[in-house]
Design a binder for this molecule. Structure first.
Ligand SMILES: [Zn+2]
Ligand SMILES: [Zn+2]
Length: 560
């Protein structure tokens, strides 16, 4: 592939080209943010969060650094949101003001976005509500929502028409012939789009490792019913709150089995409200909150819980720890995991499952019964989509490197002439004849650290990671103006396995020695004293514990 460095127009998309780049979402699953450029203007698709995993202590979520867009704020036409999953809308709560542009989404997605904007203290006045399948214009981009199927209502692919040609951005999708909520994929429209000619397809890679087809929500509905029917004790089902079809299936099973539906987790109420506002989940029985049913026999109840990913603050983890005020599960009770793990969450999920098992709860996972279907198309579905759309170019997105490369291989296998695996920040130029990378722009990851937004490589986050590995030593030293010690150095050790008093005394002696051996001239330099104490302390701790600890020195000078 050609790589033209210093291409003059890389910051300003020309009239006869479309530029495509991702600021997040290529090379990892999560933090989606894609950008299209044409005729000097930019269109954003999605702005979501990623889960941080366990390698960043104290950090739960990450999202793309929008610096590239902030520098071009006046040329941003708008942001189209494909669907309301956290990895596509979650960053709006924290970062919307950085782009502050019109947002385009269908009804259910828009309602979920309104909550996100409100959570962040942002106005929704630039939010434009469209219908599934709508055609609309944003600047020189002619856009069309094409409804797909996924694990949330109203998942839209986006057909992007420009004077250069058409691009199909799949969003997250599968082909579900019985989606329970919403419509089946409109294959006639997809075939038409293919016949009209497609320059490129930017496509979801999540499930490329799965061989056949994803299961249908309709089959899962039956599986959940049969599983619950066979249970005589208490039963709780956990799934993603946003999976409205799944919630509908669980409620349906509960009604058929004469169980009252009890919702555990605030986000369920939010999603159900958004779903009902948009015509889904109509004609349902009354929902109960856990405190309403404390006197009921558990065999008459069906709990629907948040926390399928092992989130420690969610309803299910609280039940597993035994600290949920109103819901207690134990022997004769069952928890159905109607979800699979998002990569990175496996340990948290196993922790919750183990805690439940230790209470005597019986666990049912997708390996035991038909209680979960993926929301992403497997290889057969991907092949089918390529056969309908026949793009000239395939650009895999929404996947880790392995997924991207398998996706590219699959596209080649079905006869797609060209595939292009990008990194976040690579600027791909697409014109009528060819496509090539012209530049690499700044990308970075931001994290939410408590209530502060910071870069993932900020000193606070880096320090925390180092301290979590090797612990922290704080040394306080008091000297007079000439460098004489006025008190025994004070040490505080956090997270270091060196409890023996003798070793602590030795450490103090080492610190004193490191100061006493300094020359008169060195003694009067604060930096020299600090550095010598730091090195002596670090070496001693490393010798005793085998770990490199973080060492901080407080030096005070007192005139006597
Ligand atoms: Zn996604
Ligand atoms: Zn999704």
């Amino acid at each position: 592939m050609n790589k033209i460095k210093n291409y003059e127009n890389s910051g300003i998309p020309g009239d006869d080209e479309v530029l495509f780049l991702s600021l997040g979402g290529i090379g990892s699953i999560g933090s989606n943010m894609y950008v299209y450029g044409h005729r000097g203007k930019w269109l954003i698709v999605d702005y979501g969060i990623g889960f941080a995993g366990d390698n960043i202590p104290g950090i739960d979520i990450t999202f793309a650094d929008p610096k590239f867009l902030e520098e071009r704020k006046e040329d941003i036409l708008g942001m189209v949101i494909t669907h309301a999953h956290e990895d596509h809308i979650g960053a709006l709560s924290y970062m919307y003001d950085k782009v502050d542009c019109p947002i385009y989404a269908t009804g259910f997605t828009a309602d979920m976005i309104k909550h996100k904007l409100k959570d962040g203290g942002f106005s929704s006045k630039k939010l434009n509500v469209l219908k599934t399948g709508d055609k609309f214009k944003v600047g020189d981009f002619e856009l069309e929502f094409v409804e797909m199927t996924h694990s949330i209502p109203e998942p839209q692919a986006l057909l992007i028409k420009t004077s250069v040609g058409n691009i199909f951005h799949t969003g997250d999708w599968k082909i579900d012939e019985n989606p329970v909520v919403g419509h089946c994929v409109n294959k006639d429209r997809l075939n038409e789009i293919g016949q009209e000619g497609l320059l490129a397809l930017v496509g979801d890679s999540t499930n490329v490792m799965s061989k056949f087809c994803s299961e249908s929500e309709g089959d899962i509905k039956q599986g959940i019913y049969e599983t619950i029917k066979a249970i005589s004790g208490g039963v709780a089902v956990t799934c993603f709150a946003s999976n409205v079809a799944r919630i509908s299936s669980i409620i349906d099973a509960g009604i058929k089995c004469n169980r009252k539906i009890v919702l555990v987790g605030r986000s369920l109420f939010r999603v159900i409200e958004c779903a009902r506002n948009n015509g889904y989940l109509q004609n349902l029985p009354e929902f109960y909150e856990p405190e309403d049913v404390v006197d009921c026999n558990k065999k008459d109840l069906l709990y629907i819980c948040t926390g399928s990913q092992g989130e420690s603050r969610a309803g299910l983890a609280r039940i597993a720890r035994g600290d949920h005020r109103y819901v207690k599960l134990g022997t004769n009770d069952n928890v159905i995991f109607s979800a699979r793990s998002i990569p990175g969450n496996e340990i948290s999920i196993a922790t919750v499952q183990n805690m439940l098992v230790e209470r005597g709860v019986h666990i049912i996972t997708p390996s035991d019964a038909m209680v979960h279907a993926s929301g992403h198309g497997a290889r057969e579905e991907m092949r089918e989509l390529y056969k309908m759309l026949k793009p000239k170019l395939c650009i895999p997105m929404h996947g880790e490197s392995l997924h991207l490369s398998r996706h590219a291989q699959l596209a080649k296998d079905v006869g797609i002439k060209k595939t292009c695996i990008l990194n976040n920040g690579d600027v791909l130029l697409i014109n009528k004849k060819e496509s090539f990378i012209i530049d690499q722009v700044y990308t970075g990851e931001m994290v939410l650290d408590g209530n502060k937004i910071t870069a993932i490589d900020s000193s606070a986050v880096r320090q925390r990671r180092k301290i979590s590995y090797g612990g922290l030593v704080v040394v306080s030293v008091v000297l007079d103006d000439h460098g004489s010690l006025l008190a025994i150095p004070n040490t505080t050790l956090e997270g270091i396995a060196m409890a023996c008093d003798n070793e602590r005394e030795k450490l103090t002696e080492m610190i004193e020695d490191s100061i006493l051996k300094l020359s008169d001239k060195e003694m009067i330099s604060d930096n020299t004293v600090k550095e010598n104490v730091r090195i002596a302390t670090r070496r001693y701790i490393e010798k005793k514990t085998g770990k490199k600890s973080q060492v901080k020195i407080h030096l005070a000078r007192v005139s006597v």
